[in-house]
Design a protein around this ligand. Sequence first.
Ligand SMILES: C[S@@+](CC[C@H](N)C(=O)[O-])C[C@H]1O[C@@H](n2cnc3c(N)ncnc32)[C@H](O)[C@@H]1O
Length: 392
Amino acid sequence: MIPLDLPEPSPEAQAHSARLRELIAAEIRANRGAIAFSRYMELALYAPGFGYYSAGATKFGAAGDFVTAPELGGLFAACIAEATAPVLRRFKGEGCFLELGGGSGAFAAAVLPALAARNALPAGYWILEPSADLRERQRERLQAELDAGIFERVRWLDRLPDDDWNGVLFANEVLDALPTTRFVMSGGEVMEQSVCLHGEAFAFCERPADMLVSAAVRHVERSLGRAFADGYTSELLPQLPYWLDAVCGALAQGLVLFVDYGYPRREFYLAEREQGTLLCHYRHRVHADPFVLPGLQDITASVDFTAVAEAGQHAGLELAGYSSQAAFLLNNGLQQHVEAGPADAVGAHRRALEAKRLILPSEMGERFQVMGLARGVDCEDQFAFGDQSHRL
Ligand SMILES: C[S@@+](CC[C@H](N)C(=O)[O-])C[C@H]1O[C@@H](n2cnc3c(N)ncnc32)[C@H](O)[C@@H]1O
């Protein structure tokens, strides 16, 4: 069933979703009637050939389901180039730039020329992208848009680097796309939300949480100084410290920047946010039902940035700063980049509109946050204005 306010997908798209639905249902049946929600989300987003990010539909931009900051134009990438160029220049042409989750390739297409203009081109621009379909689209776009001398630095990684490297690791809207665990409190116990079948339909069910999930929830309770009320339902990423350790493990020196929507822990787990932060995006409509149109809609959860800082510490990284996207972009030259654009009235108007979408509190400015984690480099300047690390 498609909720009434969502646009009707084409018959081919509906057939595609039905095939993914059947694949997930088969795994549920084979798993004694239930799979963890995180596994459901993993299949819905990344099942090879069928998942939302693995299959061929347009996802980004006006014709897709949602718009990310790099899709708006070049201003976001220009500010990230401003912030990361000093780090790359330290390594005198030997530093690398690792982008996690390259999306449509819009960010790489804009940040590489911006780094070149700052005499800070990385020796290698690596993209770690789990979706084969997106990798292909990124390759086509970057080959068409970048100078050959820049394009030859771009490489798609099949796995994280084993050897030590220096430079910058960057991820915009990747943490919110990691398959999340959902928990529910029941009689003082931690239960894990699972997905089962009611007839042909997916439904939530519960089972006692395993040690990893239970310990992660109890850790959050301790850190908040209060227990969750009965029935409280929310998300967390128990695997985050291991994931971050793996992602940043070989970074010998450099800066890690995560940009995403989320909150410090105290705001993430507000008592009134009792159903968590799960959101789904389909054709620019936002709703909270992850079982609608599997494979055709994005599923996301907000980021607990306190957990990211803790995971960074676990991986031996220092917190360089934490600020709203608006503060970070303004701190890293947004105003100058707006003024440096084309002087004609249309170009200037476009850039002003783009800047507004990036920084207005009612748009992306406050909802999106930037966290910097550093190893062996000083990055305080990048967060000199509006650092909110004290809120973590
Ligand atoms: C919401 S999109 C954001 C894309 C892009 N960064 C942007 O801002 O437009 C999420 C991206 O993260 C990728 N992704 C998901 N899990 C990932 C992981 N574990 N490592 C790297 N990329 C991942 C997805 O395939 C997709 O490209």
